[in-house]
Design a protein around this ligand. Sequence first.
Ligand SMILES: Nc1nc2c(ncn2[C@@H]2O[C@H](COP(=O)(O)OP(=O)(O)OP(=O)(O)O)[C@@H](O)[C@H]2O)c(=O)[nH]1
Ligand SMILES: [Mg+2]
Length: 199
Amino acid sequence: MTYDYHITYFLISIPGVYCLPNEKIGMEVAFVGYSNSGKSSAINALTYQKKLTKVSKTPGCTQLINLFEVSPGIRLIDFPGYGYAKKTKKRKNYWHDVICEYLKKRENLKGLILMMDIRHPIKDLDQKTIESALSVDVPIFTLLSKSDKISRNILQITSKKIMHDMQMMFETHIQAEPFSVVKKYGIHSLKRVLDNWLR
Ligand SMILES: Nc1nc2c(ncn2[C@@H]2O[C@H](COP(=O)(O)OP(=O)(O)OP(=O)(O)O)[C@@H](O)[C@H]2O)c(=O)[nH]1
Ligand SMILES: [Mg+2]
């Protein structure tokens, strides 16, 4: 099965997971990660649309859960990023806690796309997200975003090191791939993974 991601359209913005569509219908994949890691940019790159979902230099840009459909019932979910809040630690963890609850309960969730800035990988909340997903057998694909920000030879070494570190940390293989919306790295792999999960 291959989807035409460029025909993806906006479905709805919701304030919390209690507003999600009925899980008996359709399948979904969620984009998660730290605030400013590039989740919304990745969805725009995947769908070849510049403004499908809002991208911003300011962290904390997405504060609603945005849902898109590739075709009826086939949903991509852009979660607000975790780890950013002007005020308290509780707010910093807020979206992380929501995502962990969601991934443990959501039956039609087929996989998580975890965006990690290649220059700041596997931070505390990413580690917890991976542990939560592994505990309920939700597949994870990590995109090492902003890969254009480091040179090509360092990129190879860095991505190998991140994969090795994850193998050590979680004692299992976690798929990871350099990603860049500027240089268009990783878009093909992202599509392949989504096509496979959303069969
Ligand atoms: N150089 C470069 N910049 C990127 C890339 N991806 C995203 N950015 C920039 O990073 C910033 C944040 O991108 P977003 O896509 O809004 O990040 P987000 O993870 O959706 O952020 P929140 O909605 O706050 O959680 C923007 O200024 C983007 O232009 C990339 O691959 N390369
Ligand atoms: Mg966003």
